[in-house]
Design a protein around this ligand. Structure first.
Ligand code: FEO
Length: 398
């Protein structure tokens, strides 16, 4: 990626990882690739905001060199230490060893653990600021958005909020601004990002959004460390964050299942027919054929969560079990559910499902059939889906 001007004196100098399709180990399928955004501010003190992932140092250094010699960097702000942002820090520090480093105390401790160095560090927190010439940078603690060390940095002079993981999207592109790409695709990636990275921290995010709002910051740009810089659609993404972090839901249903001999699949199809008969939106996900990233993104604001599994060796099937284990981390709440599935002689899967995610959702009685569903049993699946949809429709939306 070439360095791109964000605003006079502020440049995007990060890297594009076009082929990163599995982020965070294998927890997040990043079909559009990933960017590691880093920003360079050229003022009396040349300041670098965040670095990039290890392996992308060369791209970062080349981009910086197009603007200033790397040795001229006076200040490095570390908003977050996760290796996708801090991996290049040791290499950059070698090229500007006298740079002063600013970040939270937790970030310093984390960098020491990762790299055995943290440079000439000044610990900062909310309410503290740093003058770099015409600009003053304000630091805002953002613990757990995304790790305990996280913070945002705000430049009032530029009206830019450097938000690191906040407001990010995994969207590799040679474009820089939100209005340079398809808006629907961008929001889709922002939702996927929220569901797969930030969902567990809803309560903290809601509190921090409220705190930021009280600061009355003038924001013309939100510059995250993944994906596009928001400039045209700031109200929309702010509204989305308020909505997602409030545990709000739409009248829609995710039917997520795994099947052995298609009996549970037959049930799933009848259930969704019943839901559809009431005009409620629903998507059927065979958990073995869909990325958990996409399923979680849809479930983020789906009021109804229905899970189905055949019983295998006294348990639910393993791919669904893995997905529910992953989903449990979201700490979602306020959903409606039932479990279903076929079994041969014991039928524990439905109970297994309920036990796994009951902290997040209220279960209605399960629907179980022996071996293969009869016509009457399929009619019951239809009716159960229909009744469930009616309840979803009639429940007051939060
Ligand atoms: Fe993009 Fe939490 O790192």
């Amino acid at each position: 990626m070439a360095a791109r001007l964000i605003k006079d004196g502020v440049y995007a100098v990060g890297a594009i990882d076009w082929n990163e399709k599995h982020f965070h180990g294998h927890t997040y399928v990043t079909r559009r690739g990933v960017t590691y955004n880093s920003y360079l501010i050229v003022d009396e003190k040349v300041t670098l905001i965040d670095t990039v992932r290890k392996g992308f140092e060369k791209e970062l250094i080349e981009n910086i060199k197009k603007i200033v010699d790397v040795s001229k960097i006076d200040i490095i702000v570390i908003n977050h230490i996760e290796p996708d942002h801090s991996g290049a820090f040791p290499e950059i520090l070698k090229l500007c060893p006298n740079a002063k480093i600013y970040g939270t105390e937790k970030a310093r401790q984390g960098l020491l653990k990762y790299y055995g160095l943290s440079g000439n560090w000044t610990a900062v927190k909310s309410g503290q600021s740093l003058n770099i010439g015409r600009r003053t940078l304000d630091f805002i603690d953002m613990p757990m958005i995304h790790w305990p060390d996280s913070m945002f940095t705000y430049s009032a002079y530029d009206k830019i909020l450097f938000s690191n993981d906040g407001f990010g999207q995994h969207y590799a592109t040679n474009k820089v601004f939100d209005d340079e790409v398809d808006f629907a695709a961008l929001i889709d990636e922002a939702q996927k990002y929220y569901a797969n990275i930030l969902w567990p921290f809803n309560t903290l995010i809601a509190a921090k959004l409220s705190a930021i709002s009280k600061l009355n910051l003038e924001i013309e740009f939100i510059a995250p460390s993944h994906g596009l810089v928001w400039r045209r659609h700031i109200p929309e993404i702010m509204q989305k964050y308020l909505y997602w972090s409030s545990h709000s839901c739409q009248n829609r249903v995710a039917v997520v299942y795994e099947t052995m001999w298609n009996s549970t699949k037959k049930m799933a199809k009848k259930i969704i027919e019943g839901i559809t008969s009431e005009g409620v939106e629903a998507i059927l996900f065979d958990v073995t054929k869909n990325d958990r990233t996409d399923i979680a993104s849809y479930m983020l604001d789906a009021k109804g969560w229905i899970f189905g599994s055949s019983t295998h060796d006294g348990e639910m099937l393993p791919v669904l079990a893995g997905f529910l284990h992953f989903l449990k981390g979201s700490k979602a709440k306020g959903r409606k559910s039932f479990a279903f599935g076929s079994y041969g002689w014991s039928g524990e899967a439905a109970g297994d499902i309920e036990n796994t995610v009951s902290s997040m959702t209220a279960f209605e009685p399960s629907l179980r059939v022996v071996f293969n569903p009869t016509g009457d049993e399929l009619d019951k699946c239809f009716e159960t889906g229909k009744t469930f949809a009616l309840k979803i429709k009639n429940e007051k939306r939060k």
